[in-house]
Design a protein around this ligand. Sequence first.
Ligand code: TTP
Ligand code: MG
Length: 357
Amino acid sequence: MHVDLDAFYAAVEQREHPELMGKPVVVGADPKQGKGRGVVMTVSYEGRKFGIKSAMPISKAYRLCPTAVFTPPNFPLYTAASESIMRILRSYSDKFEQVSIDEAFIDVSNKFGNSRRGEIESFAAAIKKEILEKEHLSCSIGVASNKLVAKMASDFKKPAGLTIVEPGKEKEFLSPLPARKLIGVGEKTEAVLTGMGINTIGELATLPADFLQKEFGKYGLYLHEAANGIDNSEVEENYEIKSINRNFTFEEDTKDEQLIFAAIGEMLEDAHNALSTNNFCCRTVGVRVRFEDFETHTKEKTLNEAITDSSTTKSVAKKLLQPFLSDRRKIRQVGIRLAHLEEVDKKQKMVSEYFHQ
Ligand code: TTP
Ligand code: MG
């Protein structure tokens, strides 16, 4: 199963600023009345109707729809949303692989038989519902017998789509799609293929493997297998820990500072436990506050020295929280983040291991 969020950055902006709902929203560089440089990172589905696309010059996007809302990216917000979504997805399977900020594979092969369409549909619906309820974001899901086809399937019907490719139907599904849609086929390959009279994945699939290998080398073999719907790669967990995050939603929205600090303190203790079991320390402490109206803010501080104790992170977190506590709104959810993780003094560890042999 491949899950990909819909118009991710733009959807987060719409969520944070409800007045942008239903409008063309372009996330990227400042268009400066059409004279700006830089590119479009993404655009809401409302903006796609005007022909605006990711990676397009921002000046062109402005020409296509000058009345669109143009906004610069707010990465901490996207990262926070991504992290909670990934935590949700991870809970649906033991085998999980995050591919980018807004997409992941989950291996569900042990959960269903071959043709339990109804079960798969309700499983996918449960995932969508949880992401919608907890994060107010929509995603598209593709299900297939392998990762490649699942990823192609999640892209097939967007936004909010669900596409199930039954085992044995992989080639049939891919065949009519344009060759450019195949994962790994970029503009250059597309041009070469067009030159050969190849426009669809189905046409590409008919070219012999050795011919493609001669033309493109090892990548040619990949093209042959991919076009034929073959992919034997496993869903692999990326074990590298980049940060530790915890969130807590209050039973009732609150302004009670003691309650808020207690929640933060508990999460920091928990995060420090996770750190010390892995013999890690951190340099960045972050807090995340979601107000009753769902507006979400993050604040971080990076220190020069490694932090190993929770009393330091607690006092940093307390300071970071102050401006949010004076807001007139109640708080719905608080979160913490420890990042810039480093292994605790490697040398020290080696010495102590040596003496304990
Ligand atoms: P995508 O999943 O490719 O795009 P998307 O989520 O905006 O839209 P879709 O509904 O088609 O999935 O990328 C995820 C995010 O990555 C996107 O919101 C912004 C960012 N991004 C860039 O910054 N530059 C790019 O060229 C692309 C393609 C994406
Ligand atoms: Mg996406």
